[in-house]
Design a protein around this ligand. Structure first.
Ligand SMILES: Nc1nc2c(ncn2[C@@H]2O[C@H](COP(=O)(O)OP(=O)(O)OP(=O)(O)O)[C@@H](O)[C@H]2O)c(=O)[nH]1
Length: 451
């Protein structure tokens, strides 16, 4: 989580970018493995197609090499077109060179692939910009059982991940540039202080030099007074010496004034630079705070997202806070709301549920959107109190009037509740609440079950 201390905002942000980049790299690797499996799954239909699939596997083994992939994708399209033609004209089969026997796809392969892609999608942190694209991809994957289409969706997902990694790297480069800027300004400030010190040392030396000269003049005068034979020549000598001392003083004053003037100008310039530095640091801090906050916020509902929730659970666990209960709240049959009323209405329903839940909780309680149509509330409450709160939330959502296409759409939710035990970790607490939620679903939905 971001610290409020200004000194740590930049390192926190850089650390966050590093973590995010690592996560996206893992996803990137996962997608490449997935793509590789997809190509294996599609093999055995046509020699040409097999060759292209093998090349695609090689081209994506370590990274997505766009330059190599683009011609391969064209070749893939051609190979698939040939395959389509072969399938459409079985009578030509005899004239074609013998193909290896068709290896039937395992029955479970396609549904597994679409579930696998959906599982990856669910694990992706939905940034504000990627969110809409990912959701549209989700819609295309749901219910799709065509291996080739799934492969194309996998590639689209991979491209999106690659773009996101690029954006993260750019954000990290920006933070580094800002750090360099601060570093340069601080170096300039240190140099100014060094110069200032030097100038003070010079002034001290000049004063010491004047003191020594005055002492010399006084010594000479005293000697002249002792050996002087007549008063007029002594007077003339005293005047001459005093004039010399006066000249020394005037030179020193002039030098001091010049030095002082230079010092004022230099200091004014430095003050200006410090003001600029403060202002750019403030802007930078605000931008980074905003970025950190966005990284912890679900763009659709404005609630904390899964990442923020996990951090919150970890810190509650570390602090040994007593009486922590976790409520896992899942909207019932949400898919049918999407299917019947459309995705936009589904989004609106999610926002309304989020508002209703937030309004029904106490200020100290913590609410997050865990993903999809699932919300999590963290309460300071024992098991009995947690059940009361969960029931209150369930009833409130059941009574909320959600309107779409001139009809009232009933929305209910099911809830699983777990209260932290001594031997619990954040994961086990979550797991127990999840199991209780499944029981609530199995037992008919629109109900709460405690672990
Ligand atoms: N509109 C919208 N739909 C979403 C979003 N995130 C996930 N979904 C959809 O939520 C639906 C969840 O469906 P399921 O997991 O089958 O669950 P359900 O229909 O609520 O059924 P039960 O939980 O068993 O009662 C899927 O259709 C997802 O596409 C979102 O941000 N907006």
């Amino acid at each position: 989580m971001a610290s409020d201390h200004p000194d740590s905002a930049i390192p926190d942000a850089i650390e966050m970018f590093e973590r995010e980049r690592e996560r996206w790299r893992e996803i990137d690797a996962l997608l490449r493995r997935l793509l590789s499996r997809l190509t294996y799954a599609a093999e055995g239909r046509n020699i040409g197609l097999d060759a292209v699939l093998s090349d695609i596997r090689l081209a994506t083994r370590n990274t997505f090499d766009e330059q190599r992939l683009t011609p391969l994708l064209d070749a893939l399209t051609d190979a698939v077109a040939v395959l389509d033609e072969e399938l459409a004209q079985p009578s030509r089969e005899a004239a074609l060179p013998p193909s290896p026997p068709l290896v039937p796809l395992p029955q479970a392969a396609e549904p597994v692939l679409d579930r696998l892609l959906l599982a990856i999608l669910d694990r992706l942190p939905l940034g504000e910009t990627a969110g809409a694209e990912l959701e549209s991809l989700r819609q295309r994957i749901v219910g799709c059982h065509d291996t080739r289409m799934l492969q194309a969706h996998g590639e689209a997902l991979a491209a999106l991940v690659a773009r996101h990694i690029e954006q993260l790297e750019e954000a990290q480069r920006t933070a580094s540039r800002l750090l360099d800027h601060v570093d340069n300004e601080l170096t300039a400030l240190t140099e100014h202080l060094d110069e200032d010190n030097q100038s003070r040392n010079d002034a001290v030396m000049a004063r010491r030099e004047l003191g020594e000269r005055m002492a010399g003049e006084m010594l000479t005068l005293r000697e002249r007074a002792r050996t002087a034979s007549d008063l007029p020549s002594l007077q003339a000598d005293v005047h001459a010496r005093l004039a010399a001392v006066g000249a020394h003083l005037a030179t020193l004053r002039e030098r001091e004034q010049t030095r002082e003037q230079a010092w004022y100008e230099h200091t004014a310039r430095m003050r200006e630079r410090i003001r600029e530095l403060e202002s750019s640091t403030r802007n930078m801090e605000a931008t980074l705070k905003q970025k950190l906050q966005l990284a912890d916020t679900d763009p659709l509902t404005g609630l904390a997202n899964r990442r923020a929730l996990e951090a919150r659970m970890a810190s509650l666990h570390e602090s040994n806070a007593p009486d922590i209960s976790l409520l896992m709240l899942d909207i019932d049959h949400f898919k049918s709301i999407n299917d019947l009323l459309g995705h936009t209405a589904g989004d609106r329903a999610l926002r309304i549920v989020a508002e209703q839940l937030q309004a029904a909780l106490r200020p100290g309680d913590y609410l997050a959107r865990y993903g999809g149509e699932e919300f999590v509330a963290l309460l300071t409450a024992d098991a009995n109190e947690a059940m009361r709160v969960a029931e209150r939330l369930r009833i409130r959502i059941g009574q909320a009037r959600f309107h779409s296409q001139n009809q009232v759409v009933p929305i209910t939710l099911s809830c699983g509740i777990a209260t932290m035990r001594d031997d619990d970790t954040p994961e086990s607490l979550f797991e127990r609440a999840d199991q209780a939620l499944y029981r609530a679903k199995d037992n008919g939905r629109n109900r709460c079950e405690a672990a």
